[in-house]
Design a protein around this ligand. Sequence first.
Ligand code: GRF
Length: 220
Amino acid sequence: MAKARVAILISGRGSNMMALVGAARAADYPAEIALVLSNRPGAAGLARARAQGLAVEAIDHKGFPRREDFEDHLHRRLIENKIDLIACAGFMRLMTASFVERWSGRILNIHPSLLPAFKGLDTHARTLAAGARIAGCTVHFVVPEVDSGPIVAQAAVPVQDSDTPEQLAARILGAEHKLYPYALALVASGAARLAKGRVLLDVSVNLNDVLFSPAPPGKV
Ligand code: GRF
C-alpha cells in the first residue's frame, strides 16, 4: 500500500514534529512526511526539519489580509504537494470551518490534556488549578470547534502536588512524543477510521491497564 503523504503544520519548536519524523523513518511506517509547514517563518521547528533534509515551507500568515486568504494559499500548497493527511503539531492558528471542511477527516491535532477536559490555552496551569490527579494528551481529528473533534488516542500521566505547569508540560510532552506517531500510524493505515462522528479502532485495547494517581501500595 502506498504511504500516506503527510504535511506537519507547526508554529514553534516542533518537538512533536521531530517525533513524527523519527517514526516515519521506519520502513514499515504507513506514512511519509512530505512537507513541514509553518505560519511563522522564525519557528525553531523549521530549522530542525530542514536539518533533517525535509521539504520545508513558511507561509507567514501576517502577509495575508484575511484568514481565508492565508488558508487558500495553504490549501493550494497542500494540494500541489499531493498531501493526504495534515498533522497539526503546535500549530497556533485557528482554522476556519471552510478550511476544516475542505480537509474533513484528514486533519489531526495533538492537545496536551485528556479531552474533553481542558480545551484551549494554558492547559497545564488549568489542570493544576483544578487539582486533577491524572493529566495527559489527546490526538483527535480536527473539527471547526477548537479541541473538539473525534478522539483517536489518549495517554495519561500522573500529577503531583508540587508540579509547576512547566514540569507537568514536560511529563505530558514525553507521552505526546509516543502517542502522536502511533495515532498517526493508526489513521494512515486505516486502523482508526471515522464513523458517525467517532473513531473506530481495528486494534485491541488492554482492558487491564489502570493508571492510579497516587498509586495504592503494590501498584507502582
Ligand atoms: C504540544 O504540547 C502540543 O500538545 C500543543 O503544542 C505543543 C507543541 O509543542 N498543541 P512542540 O512544538 O511539538 O514541541
